[in-house]
Design a protein around this ligand. Sequence first.
Ligand code: MG
Length: 504
Amino acid sequence: MPNTRIVHPQLIRILDHYKTIWSLNHFSALGYWDLETYMPQEGIEARSEALAKIASLSQKLFLDKEFMALIKEAIIITNLNDYERAVLRLLLRSLKFYERLPSEFIEALVRTTSEATTVWRKAKQESNFPLFQPYLEKIVSLSRKKADYLGYNDHPYDALLDEYEEGLTTKDVERYFASIKEPLIRLLKRIKSSQHYKEQHELENVEYNKEDMRQFMDKLLLMLHGGFSHLRLDISAHPFSTSLGKGDTRITTRYEGKDFGRSYGSTIHEYGHALYEIQSHEDLHYTPISGGSSLVIHESQSRFWENFVGRSREFLQQMYLELIATNPSLKKYAPEELHRYLNLVKPSLIRTEADEVTYHFHVMIRFEIEKALLEGSLEVAQIPDVWRQKYHDYLGIEPTDDATGVLQDVHWSQGSIGYFPTYSLGTALSAMWKHALERQLGPITALLAQPEGIKQIQAWLKEHIHQFGSTYTFAQLVKKSAGEDFTPVYLLSYLENKYATLYP
Ligand code: MG
C-alpha cells in the first residue's frame, strides 16, 4: 500500500536517507532494552562503549552534507501537509542538537552517565550519597555546559526542559505548579481529617508468589490488548516501555513479592505508553514522527490507563476473577477492598509508589532542586538536607536514609535533568483527555462496566491522539483534540470529586 501521508518527493528522498539513522536507533533501543532486562552484569562496559559509538555515528549521519542539504532545501517548500512539515520540524530539532553539541561533548556525556548509573546503583544499595556525589557534580556541570551550548532566553533550565518537551519553559512549569499546589495541599488536608483516612492497607504487606503474579500480568494484558503478536512483557528493575518499530513494542514490570499494586500499576502504566506507539498510523513507520516523542503527551497516555482504568472500580471488577484464579491467596479480599487499597492516599517517601494526590509534590520537590542546581544557588553536597526539608514542608515526612530519599530515582545518574516536570504535566493532560472523551462517549466508568468499553476507549485515543504520532506539538494537539488550551482544572476537579467520595 502506498504511503498516503508522506507523498512529497523531497520528503521521500529525505526519509530514504533517514532510514539508516532509524536503523541505528532501532539497534540502540534494542541494546538499551537488553541492558535493562537480560544482559549479564559484566557486559556493561562493552555495551556503554557500543552505545556511545552508535550515538556519535548517528550524529555524523545527521550532519552529513547531502542529508543536511536535502533538509534545508525542503524548508522553503510551501505545499507540504501536516505530516511532512512535522517530519521536517523533528529533523531540524535533532539537527540543532547535533550542530550545537560538539561530538566530544556527546561522547563525554554518554560515558559519564553510563558510569554514573552503575555508581548510582551501588550508592542506592548502600544508601550512600557521598559515593554518588562527585558523579552528580560532574553531571550538573555538564548539564550547565549543555544549556550554554543549546542556548536559552531566560533561564538555563529552559534549554534542558526543551529537550524533553519542545518549547516548555521554567516559567510555564512555575505557573503550572503554582496553580495546583494550594488546591492539592487543601485536598490532602481534607483527606487526612476524614475518618476513613489510614496510613496503611493490609494488602501492602500481603505476600504473593512471583510466578503466579506474572501469569496474572499476561492475563491482564490479554484483557487490555487481546494478544501479544506485537507486544511483549519482561522484567526489569525500573519498569519502562520501548518501541523498536513496526510490530515490536516492549514493556517491563517488576515483582517484589508483596504489595501487588506496584506491579499491577507499573504494567498498566507501561501499557499506556505502548498503546500510543502501537496505534500510531502505519504510514508514519520509519519516520521521526512515528509514535510519541513529546514526553508530556506520552505520560498523559500511561497515566490515563494507570489511573482512570487501572484504579477504577469497574475495571477491578472485570479483572478480579483472573486475579484470584492466578493468585488464590488474594481470594479473601473483595473487589471493593482492592479498590480501597489501590486508591489509598497518604504521604509517602517514594515517588513511583505515590497516590494520585501526593504524586505531584514529589515532582515539585525535584523541579525546585533541579532549577536551583542549574542556576547555581544550590550545591550538590547540600541536596540531602534540602531534600529532607522539602519532604517535611510538602508532605510532613522525612526520609531517614539516602536510598529512600535523594537516591531513589535513576534520572539524574542518566543525565536526565529537566525530565521530572513532564510526569506531573502529563498527568494533568490525561485528565483533559478524560474530559474530552467523556463529552463524546459518556463516563469512562460506564464504558468500563461493559465488555466492549475498553475497545471504545482505545479507538477514541487512536482517533484523537495516537494515529498522529508526533505530528503535532503538545500545544497544537491539545488545542486540536481536547478543544482548548492546556489547563490543570480538569485534574483538580477529577481529584476533588473522586476523593470526596472515597474520603467523605
Ligand atoms: Mg511513564
